[in-house]
Design a protein around this ligand. Structure first.
Ligand code: A2P
Length: 390
């Protein structure tokens, strides 16, 4: 199968969709029955049984008129001459079988569609579809990969500006070129500082000012990036020590996904322990993927295999490791499971990132054990950051 968008042909492996939230709608279906579900639908695909059957186009128009704002895909027998019309009816993309794509190379589709404003362009106040609105003083980068984990979690990868330098663990401000004044939100960079692209891990908030749009990006889209990375979860804010504990919940694992792949982390700390607690097992999948990728990475794989311990637990689904991280620390179960002594400010250091309540409670617990908060100008035993919310 070949996916075709305004950015050209997009390899299917670079756009992974969730199991939920994807709907195939027959071209004679009544779209009004779906209105109550619109917010939960990530993608509607409408089949075109043959290129003479135009019912899919009217259905797309009706869905847009009813207020559907998610992705809309035409699949099957669509030809490049119909691309412009498909976009005008509200389709975002077309999926055709490989043999059809071979007969109609990328340029045919580009010729067929790019100079027409779509409903999205008009919403964004754009005068020319091929020119995204890029404010001054920001980088405009291209999405290279998107993978959805659950109905509310996804990760994406973008090109990296050649001039962007950052320390593993820092965050940047991200926005979309969809208005005169784009909404920017803080995102921890989840890839290490040596990587040639930038990775991000995000929640999807149905009415979130940024994520309601961001969750619909696909490879080829433009992402805006403010120029100055910042943040407290950096190695320089901690005094040297024997072990580094990285405590995370939910998307708070993102800065640690960067740090566990940075050789400097292992230069400074002999042992690294990454904990990740989520409500359900499905929410742990991203962390597991990142740890597996780190272990097989040609640059840092050996360091990771020898020095990283990964400890995942769930709070609302049964499993081998159950409970909040605060409870697991207080009961001592974390340490007995890992074969380590209880935490000691003389040799252990910690970073904490997650929901506000988790950050506060974990920090309070460590402070009671003698850990004090560090900063780059005053390194100490623990640093904290709230996972960002939309
Ligand atoms: P719980 O399910 O017991 O609330 P959320 O999805 O709300 O961001 O939470 C992510 C994880 O953080 C959940 O497993 C949640 O556990 C846990 N959590 C929430 N509040 C705290 C807290 N105060 N201390 C420790 N863990 C917490």
């Amino acid at each position: 199968m070949q996916l075709i968008t305004d950015a050209g042909f997009v390899p299917a492996a670079r756009h992974v969709l969730p199991d939920e939230g994807v709907i195939e709608l027959a071209n004679d279906a009544d779209p009004a029955t779906l209105v109550a579900e619109f917010d939960r639908i990530a993608l509607i695909s409408i089949p075109f049984p043959n290129s003479g059957d135009g019912r899919g186009f009217s259905l797309a128009r009706r869905l847009r008129n009813l207020g559907y704002a998610g992705r809309l895909r035409a699949t099957g027998h669509v030809i490049s001459d119909q691309y412009r019309y498909a976009r005008a009816c509200g389709f975002d993309e077309v999926e055709v079988a490989d043999n059809l794509a071979e007969r109609q190379p990328e340029q045919h589709w580009r010729d067929g569609g790019n100079d027409r404003l779509t409903y999205r362009d008009k919403l964004a106040g754009r005068r020319n579809a091929s020119e995204p609105l890029i404010p001054d003083g920001v980088y405009a980068e291209r999405v290279t990969e998107v993978a959805h984990y659950t109905g509310s979690l996804f990760r994406f990868r973008i090109t990296r500006p050649a001039a962007l330098r950052f320390n593993s663990g820092q965050f940047v401000m991200i926005g979309l070129p969809n208005g005169e004044k784009p909404v920017f939100r803080a995102y921890s960079i989840a890839s290490p500082s040596w990587d040639e692209e930038l990775d991000f891990y995000s929640i999807k908030v149905p009415d979130g000012p940024l994520t309601k749009h961001l969750q619909r990006i696909i490879p080829g889209d433009t992402i805006l990036l403010r120029k100055k990375p910042t943040g407290t979860l950096v190695l320089d804010s901690l005094r040297p020590g024997r072990r580094l504990y990285l405590f995370s919940t939910g998307t708070g694992i993102a800065p640690f996904a960067s740090l566990i792949r940075d050789p400097e982390t292992y230069e400074k700390f002999g042992e690294v322990i990454l904990t990740h607690t989520c409500r359900t097992h499905a929410e742990l999948a991203y962390g597991k993927d990142v740890v597996a990728a780190a272990k097989s990475d040609p640059l840092v794989g050996e360091l990771v295999r020898e020095n990283l311990q990964y400890y995942a637990s769930t709070t609302r689904e049964a499993g081998p490791r159950h409970g909040r991280i605060t409870t697991l620390i207080e009961s001592g179960q974390l340490f007995s499971d890992l074969g380590l002594p209880p935490m000691d400010p003389a040799e252990d250091r910690a970073m904490i990132c997650g929901s506000l309540a988790m950050v506060k409670d974990t920090q309070a617990l460590l402070e009671r054990a003698g850990f004090s908060e560090g900063a780059t100008n005053r390194p100490a035993e623990v640093v904290v950051e709230r996972a960002f919310v939309d």
